[in-house]
Write a protein that binds this ligand. Structure first.
Ligand code: HEC
Ligand code: HEC
Length: 381
């Protein structure tokens, strides 16, 4: 090799080193158990979920190998992010706050929460079970994203890959070709689907199978309702204030995994007098829905700061302060938060605030956020 060629090679490697960051795929290797973990009892095929786990953590799902799903959805934060807006593949910011990923299967709520009833919850019954893979198809029932613009998880998981801010691979065919050149995928697709062929449909199935397996079944709140733990007096006081006194659970259904009532899943809580983000209104094109957002699940809420669709509040204290006396007189303010024509003032005293926050802290599932089977399978040598 002559000097010019060597120089060109060196420049080439230099460019490569700049586009891949230090945790790049070049130095990473897969560290998966030979027999996959049991992702769930009966709803998820383990090999499909394992493939989904690899895809979720693989930066090669972005156009310049710089971000993975996990860049904005971090396991230790219940798969949310700890910044107002997250950075995409070109360091541009998302226009909404990243969301936790948990309890996304509509089938899950029925099997797991049998026996815990709520008069205002109506569970969806039209669950389509995929006979070949026994994965809940997520038909109906779930609203995905802050504005609920997607409902089918299998299709939804491909959207961030194509998104111009998030991962930037516009054409799914390009992704199929790209992943076909990555050595470990042939075997993973073979194990999951009986053939090494890579299609975006299979990518959607695998990612959604992995996401469906992430559930919050081991919070202290759940353990207490199963008689396996005892909440403290302060936490119990907080639960009563949350449910009865301030009626937070008219919207936030903490006992149901999705966290919201299916009929009436969106609400405008008067963050501003005038909205800058149309929210649900951008999907339905109804004036009455402008500034309404999906009622977020409060499971793992202690880990998912900053709060609201735009990450405007840093702490739970600030959130409660908003309900206490900070709601703006937005024309679409939810009637449940009005008193006559004016925004309700809850005037929540200090002790009540502390108790509510103590209660919200019982909704954290530390097992889920530490579970090895949801962790990054790429290790560095
Ligand atoms: C650059 C940051 C970023 C990346 C990368 C990213 N996401 Fe997201 N994710 C977000 C943001 C921001 C939202 C909320 C967007 C909105 O509501 O408009 C979101 C929402 C979601 C939701 C909706 C959760 C719910 O309860 O409605 C799911 C599921 C999800 N992302 C999965 C993924 C998957 C799978 C990938 C990888 C293929 C991924 N995300 C990549 C930032 C990101
Ligand atoms: C009328 C329905 C409604 C009521 C009542 C309500 N909330 Fe909310 N809550 C929402 C909606 C909708 C959001 C998201 C709003 C947004 O981002 O624009 C939200 C957001 C939150 C968040 C932030 C969650 C996150 O992940 O960003 C917390 C915490 C919260 N509410 C706690 C409470 C508490 C405590 C009460 C009772 C004092 C309460 N809420 C009463 C509808 C409601």
């Amino acid at each position: 090799m002559n000097k010019t060629k060597l120089l060109l090679l060196a420049i080439g490697l230099g460019v490569l080193a700049c586009t891949l960051d230090e945790s790049s795929i070049a130095t990473a290797y897969l560290d998966l158990p030979k027999t996959p973990y049991t992702y769930s009892n009966d709803t998820v095929n383990n090999y499909v979920a394992t493939l989904g786990r690899v895809l979720f953590y693989d930066k090669q799902l972005s156009i310049n190998n710089s971000v993975s799903c996990a860049s904005c959805h971090k396991q230790e934060l219940a798969f949310a992010d700890n910044v107002k807006f997250s950075k995409g593949f070109e360091n541009r910011l998302t226009n909404r706050n990243s969301m936790p990923i948990q309890d996304l299967s509509p089938g899950f709520s029925i099997s797991l929460f049998n026996g815990i009833t709520s008069n205002s919850i109506t569970f969806t019954t039209n669950i389509a079970v995929d006979p070949a893979l026994t994965i809940f198809a997520g038909s109906g029932g779930t609203f995905l994203f802050w504005d609920g613009r997607e409902s089918n998880l299998r299709e939804m998981v491909l959207k961030p890959i194509g998104n111009h801010v998030e991962m930037g691979i516009r054409d799914m065919k390009d992704l199929e070709t790209k992943l076909a050149k990555v050595p470990y995928y042939a075997g993973l697709f073979q194990d999951a689907f009986g053939s090494p062929e890579i299609t975006s449909e299979k990518i959607g199935r695998a990612l959604s199978a992995f996401l469906f397996s992430i559930t919050t079944t081991n919070t202290r709140f759940d353990m207490a309702s199963r008689g396996q733990a005892q909440l403290t007096a302060l936490e119990l006081a907080g639960q009563a204030l949350f449910t009865t006194t301030y009626e937070c659970n008219a919207c936030h259904q903490v006992q149901a995994p999705h966290g919201y009532v299916f009929a009436g899943a969106f609400s405008n809580i008067g963050l501003d007098a005038q909205d800058t983000d149309d929210g649900r209104g951008g999907v339905t094109h109804q004036n009455a829905d402008v500034g309404s957002f999906k009622i977020p699940s409060l499971r793992n809420v202690a880990l998912t700061a900053p709060y609201m669709h735009d990450g405007r509040f840093e702490t739970l204290d600030e959130v409660i302060e908003h309900y206490s006396g900070g709601m703006a007189n937005n024309p679409n303010l939810d009637p449940r938060l009005r008193e006559g024509d004016a925004p309700m003032r809850m005037d929540i005293p200090k002790y009540d605030k502390e108790a509510i926050i103590a209660f919200l802290n019982t909704l954290t599932d530390h097992k889920m956020t530490r579970d090895e089977k949801f962790s990054n399978p790429f290790k560095h040598k």
